[in-house]
Design a protein around this ligand. Structure first.
Ligand SMILES: NC(=O)c1ccc[n+]([C@@H]2O[C@H](COP(=O)([O-])OP(=O)(O)OC[C@H]3O[C@@H](n4cnc5c(N)ncnc54)[C@H](O)[C@@H]3O)[C@@H](O)[C@H]2O)c1
Length: 262
C-alpha cells in the first residue's frame, strides 16, 4: 500500500479507529494531519507519532463547525499546498440518547446530523479544491447501520445511510478530477464508540452477539478498518471508485443481524 509522501487528512484521528489509522499512514511514510475536537488526545497522538520519527500535525477542529473546518483547510493549503487523501472518519453515536424515530429528541437528532453528515460535507467541500489539480482519494465512513436496519439509533442511521449514497454521488461528480471516493462500513470494532453503542447497554448480550451475530466470532480491531482506509488511499486502490466496503466480520451478511434478543 503505497502512501509515501501523501498528504493525508484524518478526521477523528485522535481516538479509536482514526488514531490507529494515523499511525498506520504515518508509518508508511504519509504526512498525516489529524483533525479532532479532543485537544488532549490530539496532542498526545501527535507527540506519540512524532516520537517514532514519522510526520504528523494535529489541528484542533470541531468538524460540525464550518468556520473551524475552513480555517483548518486554509492552514493545510498554506502549509502543504495540496491534499492527497481525506479520511472522513469522525462521527458520534450518542448512546443512550439516540433512539427510534418517534423517541429521538430533536436536539440529539440535529447534533448527530451536524457532526456525522455536516462534518463530512464541510471537510470534503474544503478538501476537494486542494485535490482537484492532481487527483486524490476520499474515504467516507458509514456503518452497518448504513447497510441494514439497526434498532434504536435513528439519527445515527440517517447519517450513515446518507454517507453511503453521498459516496456514490461524490464519486460520480469527482471522477473527472481523478478524485476517487469510497466508503467503509464498519461494525463491532472495539473502540469507545462500541462501548457506547453496545457494551454499556445493560441489555446487551455479549455472548449472543459474538456467537449468533458475528460470523468471525470476535470483535474487530481498529486496524481491521484502518488498513482498508490505507488501501483505499493508496496507489494500489487506483481503480476503486464509489465502492462501499463492509469491514464487519460478516455481520451484515449474516441475516441474523438484529442485536436485540427475542
Ligand atoms: N467502532 C465501531 O464498531 C464502528 C461501527 C460502525 C461505524 N463506525 C464508524 O467508524 C468511525 C470511527 O469510529 P470509532 O469507533 O473510532 O469512534 P470513537 O468514538 O472511538 O472515535 C471517534 C473520534 O472522532 C472524534 N470526533 C468526534 N466528533 C468530532 C467532531 N465533531 N469534530 C472532530 N472530531 C470529532 C473523537 O474525538 C474521537 O477521536 C465513525 O465514523 C463511526 O461511526 C464505528
Amino acid at each position: 500500500m503505497n502512501v509515501q509522501d501523501k498528504i493525508v487528512v484524518i478526521t477523528g484521528g485522535a481516538g479509536g479507529i482514526g488514531r490507529v489509522a494515523s499511525s498506520i499512514f504515518a508509518d508508511k511514510g504519509a504526512r498525516v494531519i489529524i483533525l479532532d475536537y479532543n485537544r488532549e488526545a490530539g496532542e498526545k497522538a501527535e507527540a506519540e507519532i512524532k516520537a517514532t520519527g514519522a510526520r504528523v500535525q494535529f489541528i484542533a477542529v470541531d468538524i460540525s463547525d464550518e468556520a473551524s473546518v475552513k480555517e483548518a483547510f486554509e492552514t493545510i493549503g498554506e502549509t502543504y499546498g495540496r491534499v492527497d487523501a481525506l479520511y472522513n472518519n469522525a462521527s458520534v453515536f450518542l448512546g443512550g440518547k439516540d433512539s427510534s424515530i418517534e423517541n429521538v429528541a430533536s436536539d440529539v437528532w440535529h447534533r448527530v446530523l451536524a457532526i456525522n453528515l455536516d462534518g463530512l460535507y464541510y471537510c470534503s467541500k474544503y478538501a476537494v479544491p486542494l485535490m482537484k489539480e492532481h487527483g486524490g482519494a476520499i474515504i467516507n465512513t458509514a456503518s452497518s447501520a448504513g447497510v441494514v436496519g439497526i434498532p434504536g439509533c435513528a439519527a445515527y442511521t440517517a447519517t450513515k445511510g446518507a454517507t453511503v449514497s453521498l459516496t456514490k454521488g461524490m464519486a460520480v461528480d469527482l471522477g473527472k478530477y481523478n478524485i476517487r471516493v469510497n466508503c467503509i462500513a464498519p461494525a463491532a470494532i472495539m473502540t469507545e464508540m462500541v462501548k457506547e453503542s453496545n457494551l454499556n447497554d445493560p441489555e446487551f448480550d455479549n455472548e449472543f452477539f459474538l456467537h449468533q451475530i458475528t460470523p468471525l466470532r470476535r470483535w474487530g480491531k481498529p486496524e481491521d478498518v484502518a488498513n482498508v482506509a490505507c488501501f483505499l488511499a493508496s496507489d494500489e486502490g487506483a481503480y476503486l471508485n464509489g465502492t462501499v466496503i463492509s469491514a464487519d466480520g460478516g455481520i451484515t451478511i449474516n441475516g441474523n443481524v438484529n442485536k436485540e434478543k427475542y
